[in-house]
Design a protein around this ligand. Sequence first.
Ligand SMILES: Cc1ccnnc1
Length: 289
Amino acid sequence: KQFKSEPIEMDYIIAEEIGSGQFATVRRCIERSSGKEFAAKFVRKKRIIGSRRGLLLEDIEREVNILKKLNHDNIVKLFNVYDNGNEVILILELVKGGELFDYLAGKEGLEETQAIAFIKQILLGLDHMHSKNIVHLDLKPENIMLLDKETQRLKLIDFGLSRVVNTGSDIREILGTPEFVAPEIINYEPITLATDLWSVGVITYNLLSGASPFLGDTKQETFANITAVDYFFDSTHFSDLAQHFISNLLVKDGRKRLTVDQCLQHDWIKQNDSYLLSETVIQLANNYQ
Ligand SMILES: Cc1ccnnc1
């Protein structure tokens, strides 16, 4: 038995719904023994083979096994797993600040320093995953949450499509969300760690401009724009450094894209370090006046 079979209500008080997706509902919960808050992700199991509802146990186990391997500030932590027959319930770290998607809504893009701070955290979480040959495959603002409204700390939360990419087993499955998928996904070519870096390019474009570089009126149009790498920097939202960063990620050949390490060393990301350091020095100086 790999998941706990006693009723979850024995150990947790189940509270309000805080998120829901195609196959899962997330509710805030409180651990009875400690009073600590967590997120309980109820993942529906497929009852009938072929039915569109619910996930196969093997797919749920894949997400659990991947989460168990990960331990990083920018990745949601997994604490426990229950199986009540109809659902598998993941007890996860509670992330309360809402989706990056909603934070972006209604804005015409973020200030460059804010976007850099967000992308840097996504890259740090990705660096941890890629160091273990784990690829996310569904990076998008809906799957990135703010820890809380005050701090600007982010966590990657959904590993339902994540895979371990190792030499040999080349995965070729249509996955992910049209706007954010890389050309190799559409062309049914082997998926590599670089597949995530394409999505980082799309998300960066999105954070700076509020727009989506490849979005068409239909899924087919979006796919055509992606495989043609047909996008442009239409407006004043992009500094030269930002354009250089993005255009070295939105590259058709995955082998030619920046790696996570190269992204973290890129001047667009590094420039912010000096900005943050100077801000800190100014704060300290003010405190001593
Ligand atoms: C939606 C969600 C998922 C995981 N942790 N907190 C909130």
